[in-house]
Design a protein around this ligand. Structure first.
Ligand code: ALA
Length: 463
């Protein structure tokens, strides 16, 4: 009994706790952080692949379906970010509503999501940079651009981008937000240029047939391009650095998701309208579509936008990774020796260094292919927990102050759970197996290490 009680011990909500991090992020900063991490490989790469292989021009409906699942979850995130708070995001909400064990599973899952996402996008960034050097006529040598499994020694550009982002994050969160702002401006400008040029090439014949893979294709496409939406949840990891978290986090989460949904639907519609969907199964479909229509210069600018887009995804995912780790370590579930906050920059420099080094070795030496789906399943699981958290906390803590309330509760959180489970069910068996292995390894660490040092174990030894 005591054992079970400890596993499901929930954490008291201390929203007013003082943060050791610096509170300097405004609603605009948070929205831009959201856009920074949402728009990346998903729109620049996966849209083409998903249209060509899964949904055809009906990819627009895939975007709508995935956008709805995210919209319901974003409202749930907004409620818990405003009422529970804390930089642990879904991990912290699960701890408040469902107890330590579920919180650990979700926290472990978030580390996978943010870590894998940042690593994979850094490798994608390296591929785009290599293409840029080839376009300039000075190709980089294979030894320094490929991992040992693909005939190289290590992937130097990927290591460099991880190092640079680590340095920016170490400087301070305001500095990181400033860098993010500039790069987001570049990426939005480039997307606007694409929309402008593509609109002149729209040909409705390319939309025929509109559903070449049927309705199932739309669902499978949604399971894949769900990746494009990931990131609005990372905004909630900034709770301890937001000036006014209770008001601004909901704004940042919802505004960034809404803006990106509109952009995605327009870009997906134009991309499949300017060229036949079957030609889009390439690594840089948006730039290639323009180049194939003779717009070489705009295509190259697009590639630059993609590099900018990927940079901010690595930035915010790496940021989210450190903040979730910090929250888990503060609760005793991970080693707290890493979480010392540097006095001047008010950032967890030691943690950034350690996680950055692990990431640099990974991106330098390990080939990470087809990871979008494993990131998707982890994120969808976190979304299910956050929607469930809203329902549970409304019941267990009805009087908790909720500066933002999910409208039409319990309908919206229930729809969020159903949509996310539906998308999870469309993912391949191999993804489920990888996810199960990750979760099982997390449980082993929890029972061997974390449980002994956790908050609940300290509570249980108190008189
Ligand atoms: N949403 C992010 C991207 O598309 C993860 O790269």
């Amino acid at each position: 009994m005591v054992f079970l009680k400890k596993l499901f011990h929930t954490k008291p909500i201390t929203h007013t706790q003082t943060s050791t991090l610096k509170r300097c992020l405004t609603a605009t900063d948070l929205t831009l952080l959201g856009i920074g991490t949402i728009i990346g490989a998903g729109i620049f790469v996966l849209t083409g692949i998903a249209a060509a292989t899964q949904a055809g021009p009906a990819i627009i409906f895939s975007y709508l379906l995935a956008g709805l699942a995210c919209g319901f979850s974003a409202l749930a995130y907004a409620e818990l970010a405003s009422s529970v708070g804390g930089c642990g995001s879904a991990y912290g909400y699960a701890y408040a509503g469902m107890g330590e064990l579920i919180a650990w599973i979700i926290g472990w899952d978030l580390l996978l999501e943010y870590g894998m996402d940042a690593a994979a996008v850094a490798i994608g960034w390296s591929a785009y940079v290599q293409d840029a050097f080839i376009a300039l006529g000075v190709p980089l040598p294979d030894e320094l651009t490929k991992d040992p499994f693909h005939g190289g020694i290590f992937n130097l550009p990927a290591v460099i981008i991880v190092g640079v982002i680590g340095c920016i994050l170490s400087l301070g969160v305001k500095e990181s937000a400033k860098a993010n702002k500039i790069i987001v401006a570049i990426k939005l400008t480039v997307i606007a240029i694409f929309i402008f040029v593509a609109a002149f090439h729209f040909n409705v014949d390319n939309w025929k047939p509109f559903f070449p893979f049927g309705v199932q294709g739309v669902v499978n496409g949604a399971g894949l391009i769900f990746f494009a939406y990931i990131g609005f949840d990372a905004v909630s990891t900034a709770a301890d650095e937001a000036v006014n978290p209770q008001k601004d986090l909901p704004k940042g989460i919802i505004a960034s998701l809404l803006i990106c949904t509109v952009i995605y639907i327009i870009v997906a519609g134009l991309l499949t309208g300017m060229t036949n969907y079957s030609t889009l199964n390439v690594s840089s479909p948006v730039a290639s579509a323009l180049i194939n229509l003779g717009h070489h210069f705009v295509g190259e600018i697009l590639a630059l936008g993609a590099i900018a887009g990927l940079t901010t995804v690595v930035l915010v995912m790496f940021y989210g990774l450190t903040r979730v780790f910090l929250a888990m370590a503060n609760d005793g579930l991970l080693p707290s020796s890493l979480t010392k906050i540097h006095k001047e920059s008010q950032t967890p420099r030691r943690l950034i260094l350690v996680l950055g080094s692990i990431m640099a070795v990974t991106v330098g030496l390990v080939p990470i292919n087809d990871i979008a789906q494993i990131v998707n399943i982890g994120t969808l699981a976190a979304f299910v927990v956050v929607c469930a958290g809203v329902l549970i906390l409304r019941y267990t803590k009805p009087d908790m102050p909720r500066p933002f309330k999910t409208p039409f509760s319990p309908i919206i959180p229930i729809l969020g759970i159903l949509f996310c489970c539906y998308l999870m069910s469309s993912l391949p068996l191999t993804t489920w197996i990888s996810f199960s292995i990750w979760t099982a390894s997390g449980l082993v660490i929890y029972f061997l290490y974390s449980r002994r040092y956790s908050l609940s174990s300290k509570l249980s030894t108190q008189p």
